[in-house]
Ligand binder design. Structure first.
Ligand SMILES: [Zn+2]
Length: 344
């Protein structure tokens, strides 16, 4: 069975079952993540924020972020991710059952009875529950830290630029829900629009339906109104949030399916259903990731497969499983050497 993994098969196949599960979960969860980030923006009371900025109360400004609701919404948005984990584990459990059955068929001299129900994955294993909880907590912490960071940065930049409190408050309202890099891109976009700089036509995620308006303002040198700039900035911010939510959905579901598959084999090994030596895992590079050297390396350096408890060598460290980077779509393949099953 192991011999069948040819070099070409280090690439993910279009019918990879983990890909199918991940895609469905990504669609379900990305809208909820986007909603969680949009609500975080919408929950801020502008007047109270202006008052705090006016009073020079930066920490007061941070208090306007409703991080408690963000936490609840992210937990809810996570449900399809947990479901994807469980479905991937079920695929692993089925493959383990098939490996056990093929061993029975093959060996006529030394009949071997696998456990009656072959192998069933235990979703309520404490280790599994803890792991999923850790992912959620890490995501909530990262989103909360980013929100605080971009608010704080908007205050620092606004004060440095000599902006009045209401302009600083407007900047804060614009960047909440974005990550650091996106917040910077948004502020650059706003300043390019205000200064009629051609860079205002550069951002990939801008709303291009305004391009004619912006281009003619740049050509004629007649400034855009504050209302026009505000609409353009809002549209760009909304697209940045949608993109960020999709990145989160893609990365979290990728982690879930690969970890789910691994968890089924880990449980089978722990329970003595299959020996650890019979199991090898392979990193399959996603078609969209072929240009990414990092994922190619992960697959190359472990081309002969590695034990379940080992880590894949990648250019920026060792990884238990994909994702290796945000939006990584690689998957794992786990193979069982049936000759090593049952009584030796
Ligand atoms: Zn990848």
């Amino acid at each position: 069975m192991l011999k069948r993994l040819r070099p070409a098969s280090r690439f993910q196949r279009p019918d990879d079952p983990l890909v199918r599960i991940r895609r469905a979960a990504r669609v379900k969860t990305k809208a909820s993540f986007a909603e969680a980030l949009r609500r975080l923006r919408a929950s801020i009371d502008r007047d109270k924020l202006v008052a705090d900025v006016k009073a020079g109360n930066a920490h007061g400004a941070l208090e306007h972020l409703d991080l408690g609701s963000l936490r609840e919404r992210v937990r809810e948005a996570y449900a399809p991710v947990v479901d994807a984990f469980n479905r991937a584990a079920a695929i692993g459990a089925k493959a383990i059952g098939q490996a056990l059955a093929s061993r029975v068929r093959k060996d006529t001299t030394a009949p071997y009875d696998p456990p009656q129900d072959a192998f069933a994955f235990d979703l309520f294993d404490q280790g599994v529950l803890d792991e999923v909880q850790e992912w959620q907590d890490a995501l909530i912490t990262a989103l909360s830290d980013d929100a605080r960071q971009v608010v704080f940065q908007a205050i620092i930049d606004g004060v440095k630029a000599g902006e009045d409190p209401s302009a600083i408050a407007a900047d804060i309202l614009n960047v909440v829900g974005l990550n650091d890099q996106q917040a910077q891109a948004l502020m650059n976009y706003q300043s390019a629009l205000a200064n009629l700089n051609a860079a205002a036509l550069d951002p990939k995620l801008r709303d291009a339906s305004f391009d004619d308006m912006v281009a003619s303002a740049i050509d004629s040198g007649s400034p855009l109104s504050d209302a026009q700039i505000s609409d353009l900035v809002d549209a760009y911010a909304d697209r940045l949030i949608a993109y960020r939510a999709d990145t989160i959905a893609q990365t979290e579901t990728s982690r879930a399916v690969n970890a789910g598959l691994q968890a089924s084999y880990a449980q089978a090994i722990d329970r003595g259903v299959i020996p650890a030596e019979a199991v090898k895992q392979y990193w399959l590079v996603a078609p969209g990731d072929r240009e990414e050297d990092a994922c190619d390396e992960c697959a190359d350096m472990s081309a002969d497969g590695i034990p379940l408890d080992a880590q894949f060598e990648c250019s920026d460290g060792d990884f238990h499983a994909p994702p290796e980077h945000p939006r990584c779509q690689c998957t794992l393949k786990i193979r069982t050497n049936v000759d090593m099953l049952g009584p030796q």
